[in-house]
Write a protein that binds this ligand. Structure first.
Ligand code: GDP
Length: 454
């Protein structure tokens, strides 16, 4: 089962003082090396999945009292022998124990090497290994769930099935090459075309899901824009429920963009409070205006705030027209409802994408949060069963699609050998996602991004 010969060691918990630190060993000698520094039971004679209390000793010196967990391969994360030593979380103790283990024959693990071994030994496929990295880095419920789904193999299963169907066609076309003299077609071109359409449709959906997947994983870029004094800073504070941005009475004082993170239903919205959108004469404001427009283009969601007591319909329509950008969802927020009478309130729009609030009096703030979530996430989620969140997968999917398009275009007029080449290329890129196809560079690139000890 084990493909690697040496035994690696690293701290598996974050470095720095903590209640406990967990040192992990993996490899053929993990148990014997641990046993050579352990005073307690003979670890080489214990069953897998057992815990043992004892001391770590360097000759006569006791370094720490520890609990050792044993995982006898292949029943372990890496499928090798794994020992986890839980010691007291002092840097000095941890370093001394790791040094001692290295003296006894272990080697310091490289970044991601434990997970690399799990992959090499067939415990995980590549996208699952990446999901481990995502899971460790996940900072919201939603991103954790995407990573978990990927870890369970949902994403790669779907792709593996597609790849299987393509492999069948590739082999039929390969067969045609063997009978080139006889000009036969084993691979039914119409069926192949149909299959490619089907695959391309699924791949397109996966590619499209990236934008949303990425938003869920890394946060939704959200811009709050509006004229000076509309109440943008007040709204930002109300949303964050804290006095973060500096609110002022002088028009145009929020000169620098301020970025804050608002969590709604587990999604991080990166809120960028901007300078006013009014075409101002002084240069600092002008920079602000330009920056607002740039920020809007880079965002997924625009929250446009206006002072319902002040703005005219023409000004409002003018702003909306100028700010609307394809691909950027927009919410229209009428602020300062507390200053309006009932008649004025009724004349304002109340739709899925428009809401009347009072930022100062904190009225309708929860409803606004719902609308923010619905516009950026809920409405976008329909139709996506699987979300692609990894840029490497996105690139491989795009390349798969390019090769498949070449197969389609060439179907009528290129010979079987070219068709076969393009299909093989598509198979290659699909395989790169699940790890059916790997190169050393690719592995190095993926696993070097892990932290040491993972
Ligand atoms: P910004 O320039 O768009 O960031 O606007 P501010 O948040 O600085 O608000 C401008 C002024 O409007 C401040 O005096 C706020 O207290 C006031 N303001 C903001 N929201 C409301 C509101 O809902 N009702 C009332 N009455 N005043 C508000």
């Amino acid at each position: 089962m084990t493909q690697t010969e040496d035994t690696i060691v690293a701290l598996a918990t974050p470095s720095g003082a903590g209640a406990i630190g967990v040192i992990r060993l993996s490899g053929p000698e993990a148990i014997t090396i641990a046993n050579s520094v352990f005073k307690g039971k003979d670890l080489t004679k214990q069953a897998t999945h057992t815990l043992h209390y004892g001391s770590i000793i360097d000759g006569d010196v006791i370094l720490d009292e520890v609990v050792v967990s044993l995982f006898v391969g292949p029943k372990s994360y890496t499928r090798e022998n794994v020992v986890e030593i839980s010691c007291h979380g002092s840097n000095f103790i941890i370093e001394s124990i790791i040094k001692l283990l290295i003296k006894r024959g272990a080697r310091a693990a490289k970044a991601g090497e434990f997970t690399l071994r799990a992959f090499l030994n067939g415990q995980l496929d590549l996208s699952q290994a990446e999901a481990v990295a995502d899971l460790i880095a996940s900072n919201s419920k939603a991103s954790q769930q995407i990573a978990l789904q990927q870890l369970r193999g949902g994403f790669s299963n779907q792709l593996a099935q597609l790849r299987e169907q393509l492999v069948q066609f590739a082999s039929l076309i390969e067969l045609e090459l063997d009978f080139a003299e006889e000009d036969v077609e084993f691979a039914n071109r119409d069926q192949l075309k149909q299959l490619i359409y089907t695959i391309n449709k699924i791949i397109s959906d996966l590619i499209q899901s990236f934008e949303l997947g990425n938003a869920i994983k890394n946060g939704v870029n959200t811009v709050i824009a509006g004229r000076p004094n509309a109440g943008k800073s007040t709204l930002l504070n109300a949303l964050l429920n804290e006095e973060r941005a500096i609110v002022s009475h002088i028009a145009g004082t929020t000169r620098d963009t301020i970025e804050e993170v608002l969590n709604i239903n587990g999604i991080n919205f990166r809120l960028i409070d901007t300078a006013g959108i009014r075409e101002a004469t002084d240069t600092i404001e002008q920079i602000g205006v330009q920056r607002t427009m740039e920020k809007i283009s880079q965002s997924a969601l625009l929250i446009y705030v206006f002072d319902a007591a002040e703005i005219s319909i023409d000004e409002l329509n003018n702003d909306l027209e100028r700010l609307r950008k394809p691909g950027v969802e927009m919410l229209v927020v009428a602020n300062k409802a507390d200053l309006l009478n009932d008649e004025q309130l009724l004349s304002l729009p109340h739709t899925d994408r428009a809401i009347v609030i009072s930022a100062k009096e904190k009225q309708q703030i929860d409803e606004l949060k719902n609308k923010i979530y619905n516009a950026a996430i809920k409405e976008q989620l329909t139709g996506h069963e699987t979300l692609v969140t990894n840029i490497r997968h996105l690139e491989a999917l795009q390349k798969t699609q390019e090769s498949l398009t070449r197969v389609l275009n060439g179907m009528e007029n290129v010979t079987s050998d070219f068709l076969s080449m393009d299909i093989k290329q598509a198979l290659h890129y699909l395989g790169e996602i699940t790890g059916a196809v790997t190169t050393d560079d690719l592995l190095e690139n993926i696993f070097s991004k892990f932290c040491i000890g993972k």
